[in-house]
Design a protein around this ligand. Structure first.
Ligand SMILES: [Zn+2]
Length: 142
């Protein structure tokens, strides 16, 4: 069975255009490997990106307007960590947060708050990289 469903191809195009590495993209697409990501991107005609000479992808004409908007500043690792520690847990429609009882597979399991206090919760965002969402993965793995 091919991992390249329309959905995964769309995800690949999106993550690739955002400049994520093939390794990171592979982590977000079940069944894909770094090599299969690179091969698929090549077959799709996505802009070539060597990890050693990573350059911003050239905007395609139809997306030029969106891409030419000012890029958000790149946070330093420390600034990013400070940002993420302030990230509030995701709230469900009913206002509740993800707890030991409600956390599910596919949700970010980054702990927020003091387990001994009453306000402990899990992040609860879509887990993209392992058990964590993209922001928490960056803090946890770097
Ligand atoms: Zn998270």
């Amino acid at each position: 069975m091919s991992v390249w469903t329309d959905e995964n191809v769309a995800l690949l195009r999106k993550l690739w255009s955002e400049g994520h590495s093939a390794r990171d993209i592979a982590a977000c697409i079940p069944g894909a490997t770094r090599n299969s990501i690179i091969g698929k991107a090549y077959r799709l005609g996505l802009p070539d990106r060597s990890p050693l000479t990573r350059v911003a992808p050239r905007p395609k004409p139809e997306t030029a307007a969106r891409v030419s908007a000012p890029r958000p500043p790149r946070f330093s690792a420390v600034a990013h960590a400070a940002l993420v520690t302030r990230l509030a847990p995701l709230r469900f429609a009913d206002g509740a947060v993800a707890t030991v009882l409600t956390i599910r597979d596919g949700m970010c399991k980054f702990p927020i708050g003091d387990p001994k206090a009453g306000d402990f919760a899990y992040c609860g965002r879509d887990a993209c990289r392992g058990s964590y969402c993209d922001d928490h993965a960056r803090v946890s793995y770097e």
